[in-house]
Ligand binder design. Structure first.
Ligand code: DX5
Ligand code: ZN
Length: 221
């Protein structure tokens, strides 16, 4: 399986969005990671379906949508566009998680479950059949630019073992505090998808920074 790079637009300059998306695409980004926050599940608020629909028209990259919202079921249909490839909900926010995952898959979109740093992997025990992706949060969700929480690496190693047993085609993603060096180490441990915000968009040259990520990610295959 090719390992994936998904820049998180949360740290982008929204005044130069089209330009910056093109720059990360040229640097080898596979998807755009879009963070949706509702001011309840997480303290901050970002953007919603109208922005996503407009981005779907202008962007040439597929979307990896990370819903940090309560009661996601009612809003999920609004995030389905021709670019939506993956849609992830938080296990902590979806009360009927299996139903939510089936709803996502009903749109022919990959269904993902995100786990906060303190949420154990055991919440996955009875939903292996219904998911395509697991997003391990390596910061508490809500803001870009936070420091990586070291226990996330241990969680990744445990999840890689579970993947071998239950779902060899599972995509394991990690989000929060990832820089080039750490991404390389994590990919060596079995990470399939690197999500990075500030480490990409704070760079002077976005294309060059993405190529640095690409280099360490591909070296780990
Ligand atoms: C945080 C978001 C992340 C964020 C990552 O809640 O889910 O996607 O943009 O930003 P960095 O890479 O700066 O931690
Ligand atoms: Zn995210």
């Amino acid at each position: 399986m090719k390992k994936l790079l998904a820049p998180s637009l949360l740290s982008a300059d929204f005044g130069k969005l089209t330009e910056q998306i093109e720059q990360v695409r040229r640097g080898g980004a596979d998807l755009l990671h879009l963070d949706i926050m509702d001011g309840h599940f997480v303290p901050d608020i970002t953007y919603g379906p109208p922005v996503i629909r407009s981005l779907a028209k202008s962007s040439s990259l597929p979307f990896d949508i990370h819903l940090m919202i309560e009661q996601p079921d009612q809003l999920i249909p609004h995030f389905i566009t021709e670019r939506t490839e993956m849609l992830t909900v938080h296990a902590e926010a979806a009360i009927h998680l299996q139903r939510t995952l089936r709803l996502i898959r009903s749109f022919n979109v990959k269904a993902g479950v995100a786990l906060n740093p303190a949420t154990p992997l055991s919440v996955l025990d009875y939903i292996w059949e219904d998911l395509d992706l697991i997003l391990l949060m390596s910061v508490n969700p809500g803001y870009a630019g936070q420091s990586f929480i070291p226990s996330a690496q241990r969680k990744l190693v445990e999840l890689v073992e579970l993947k071998k047993r239950w779902k060899p085609d599972l995509i394991i993603a990690m989000d929060g505090g990832l820089d080039v060096e750490r991404s390389g180490q994590l990919c060596q441990c079995g990470l399939d998808m690197v999500i990075a915000g500030s480490a990409i968009f704070a760079a002077e040259d976005l294309t060059a920074r993405c190529l640095e990520f690409r280099h360490v990610i591909d070296a780990a295959i």
